[in-house]
Design a protein around this ligand. Structure first.
Ligand SMILES: NC(=O)c1ccc[n+]([C@@H]2O[C@H](COP(=O)([O-])OP(=O)(O)OC[C@H]3O[C@@H](n4cnc5c(N)ncnc54)[C@H](OP(=O)(O)O)[C@@H]3O)[C@@H](O)[C@H]2O)c1
Length: 216
């Protein structure tokens, strides 16, 4: 067991991950920008924007990159700012946090990085180009980290289907039909998957769909 840092851990999927890792015996710290959300989570927390600077990683054994947001724009409405914002939070920040983690963390024992990507890394839809491209880059980053940081650190990614959170809101209910299992995912479904990836010493570079069959 060890110390886990979950970005975006104050709400939604990140909170489900924080709960699952706590239930597996880890000490969990959650990271986000809104202090009131972090306080309400009940976990130890650090207030930080993952896109602006690094976090203190000394003593951290498990890094989960879950912070993110969705912006939709069809081709005609793209701006460089939208593309940059989505890549900053979903690719640049996880890369820089992984670098800091590798440099400062888990001097003794095995560490893990788990990146929360999306089924939209491998499929897409109207208005989702920048988000899908960023999540695809996050999957690619995960594979690079798995090779470069072995054997000291394992790196894996999770691809959630649609989960009802503040990010997806009431739109999520209209998307149940995309899932052959006939249900949306829950933050706890994703949390269980992360706990498995953190626990299993032989799994690295894995891209695990937790999507009710959506990608089928
Ligand atoms: N919901 C889905 O269907 C779904 C599906 C696939 C993948 N995902 C991914 O799952 C992750 C979590 O999303 P969610 O659905 O759980 O949405 P959510 O409830 O809105 O959670 C997003 C979390 O990220 C934090 N965050 C966002 N930008 C941040 C930043 N720059 N620095 C620090 N923290 C930041 C937010 O806190 P603050 O605003 O307080 O900073 C919030 O706690 C995202 O990466 C998302 O892309 C979601």
């Amino acid at each position: 067991m060890g110390r886990a840092l979950v970005t975006g851990g104050g709400s939604g999927i990140g909170l489900g991950i924080a709960r699952a890792l706590r239930d597996a015996g880890h000490e969990v710290t959650v990271v986000g920008r809104r202090e009131e959300v972090l306080v309400a989570s009940g976990f130890d927390y650090t207030v930080a924007d993952v896109t602006s600077g690094s976090l203190h990683m000394v003593g951290v054994d498990h890094l989960v990159n879950c912070a993110g947001h969705l912006e939709m724009a069809p081709v005609g409405e793209w701006t460089a700012e939208v593309w940059r914002r989505l890549h900053e939070v979903h690719v640049v920040a996880p890369a820089m946090l992984a670098q800091a983690f590798a440099a400062q963390a888990c001097q003794v024992g095995e560490g893990t990085i788990t990146n929360i990507a999306s089924t939209l890394a491998v499929r897409t839809d109207h208005g989702l180009a920048a988000y899908s491209a960023a999540k695809a880059a996050l999957v690619s980053l995960t594979r690079s980290l798995a090779i470069e940081l072995a054997p000291r650190i394992r790196a894996n990614a999770v691809l959630p289907g649609v989960v009802k959170t503040a990010m997806t809101g009431s739109r999520a209910d209209d998307l149940v039909g995309l899932h052959p299992l006939g249900r949306l995912g829950t933050p706890d479904d994703i949390g269980q998957a992360v706990a498995y990836l953190v626990a299993n010493a032989q799994v690295t570079g894995e891209v695990l769909s937790v999507d009710g069959g959506l990608l089928l």
